[in-house]
Design a protein. Sequence first.
Length: 85
Amino acid sequence: MNTQDKVIAIIAEQALMDPSDIKLTDTPELLGIDSMGLVETIFGIEEAFDIAVPFNANEPSESDFDISNVAAIIKAVDRLVKEQA
């Protein structure tokens, strides 16, 4: 399973959706993922990829982790995996 499939599976689980219904352009808000769900998603990503995500739940816009849409999250995870390898 590649990064994209893994991230989409984690997001789909939080959004209570089928992974095939998740589009790369979808935002967490559009998928119905609230701030708590976002934190759960970040934890899931950290666990699945064995990385530390620089995400501040209190100040998401201040985090060095782009959560603007699914594609951005995948790109950010790829970057972190490379940096932390």
